[in-house]
Design a protein. Structure first.
Length: 387
């Protein structure tokens, strides 16, 4: 039958089947689609369309790290399974793909163990599958990537519905993993960490303070311009970040408008920033002609940006020297939120400090109350119920 395509042209579209009844059913369905609006006569395949979507839609409009993450999802998890299917694949096909993805060992699938030197191979390469499955978080992120691409295909009127909105994510054949309780520091542990760094003249002491006392992200700290801190008004402008993406170190604006803010600077942070500025000036004079001005507050001794992985290593070493539980830099930010919650700071204030757009994220992920505080609350309840 003749249909109108999304470009406004009139073209013939054919339906096929093994018998008259099947063809008639498809023909009636095609008629209904043509009445509802434009109909595409050629539906692209998933693989080519997703790579086009990455280059033309995601890369120009989203953050570089987001593009890199989506590219990995498409290349490793989506294209090998769905690449040859048309964009209008069925819900069943989508669900079967997701179920298979959930039970696929990623060490085997990506050849992780096989890439190791033969003498260091320990699992999948020697027939001892380690069952390295994707987490529920990763499965949801991969589904969200494909759902986003199909949403754009809907806008282009290449498909009639987004089947990924109907696909369920689950860990097949086993109990769903419980969310691991993130590690966090108590006030005493956080203080011990900072005191240790200050006494040893750790070059990253000031950065540690901003992570723990102001809940700043690693990239935001390393990306602070020299003029971000206003000592007169005692505020800090957080609007840039430093990230390594695809082999390049990028100094760019923060991911979302919500992440941008000008926060009041507490005394411990203001002091730390003054110390950092003095140290930066000392480094600049000692480097002399080898100094490379980057415009950043936190730099190497030669003025160049700090490699984020080196900051991670320094953080880990400081945890060991301070004798406190080893947590990640991001868990240090999380500790700030939890400690504020234990001080009975209002959730909306914590949300402002962490610069979140969603209160649920703030409360569920970042404000884990310590066992001691939980015990104290339950004891208070017990006493109130006692008779």
């Amino acid at each position: 039958m003749w249909v109108t395509t999304p470009s406004g042209q009139r073209k013939r579209k054919y339906v096929y089947g093994l018998d008259r009844e099947t063809v008639h059913t498809k023909w009636i369905k095609l008629q209904n689609e043509a009445k509802d609006g434009p109909v595409s006569t050629a539906v692209p395949k998933v693989g080519p369309y997703l790579f086009w979507w990455l280059d033309e839609i995601v890369k120009p409009s989203l953050a570089p790290l987001t593009h890199k993450t989506y590219e990995t999802f498409v290349r490793v998890h989506i294209e090998p399974y769905l690449g040859e299917k048309e964009l209008n694949f069925s819900v069943r096909e989508g669900q079967l793909w997701m179920n298979k993805l959930a039970r696929t060992c990623q060490c085997c699938n990506q050849g992780k163990d096989a890439r190791r030197p033969e003498e260091k191979q320990r699992c999948c390469a020697i027939g001892k599958c380690c069952s390295e499955l994707l987490t529920l978080r990763s499965l949801n992120d991969i589904r969200a990537c494909l759902r986003s691409a199909l949403t754009y295909a809907l806008v282009e009127e290449l498909i009639k519905r987004n089947v990924m909105k109907l696909v369920k994510v689950k860990r097949s054949g086993e109990r769903q993993q419980k969310r691991k309780k993130k590690r966090r520091w108590t006030t005493a542990e956080a203080k011990t960490f900072l005191v240790s760094a200050r006494e040893d003249d750790d070059p990253f002491y000031s950065a540690y303070v901003l992570v723990i006392a102001m809940a700043m992200r690693k990239g935001e700290v390393l990306g602070l311009p020299t003029g971000a801190a206003d000592e007169v008004d005692q505020v800090l402008d957080i609007s840039y970040q430093l990230q390594r993406v695809g082999g390049r170190l990028l100094h760019r604006e923060t991911k979302t408008a919500t992440s941008d803010d000008v926060l009041p600077t507490p005394s411990i942070a203001a002091t730390a920033i003054r110390l950092r500025r003095k140290q930066r000036e000392v480094d600049r004079k000692e480097a002399d002609v080898s100094w490379q001005e980057s415009g950043l507050l936190f730099t190497t001794r030669h003025g160049t940006p700090i490699e984020p992985r080196n900051f991670n290593r320094s953080w880990d070493r400081r945890c060991e020297k301070a004798g406190v539980p080893k947590i990640t830099v991001h868990d240090g930010r999380r500790s700030c939120a939890s400690l504020l919650a234990e001080l009975n700071v209002h959730p909306s204030v914590i949300m402002r400090i962490l610069r979140h757009a969603n209160m649920r994220v703030t409360m569920e992920i970042y404000t884990e109350i310590s066992d001691e505080e939980t015990r104290k609350a339950l004891q208070q309840l017990s006493e109130s119920l006692d008779f």
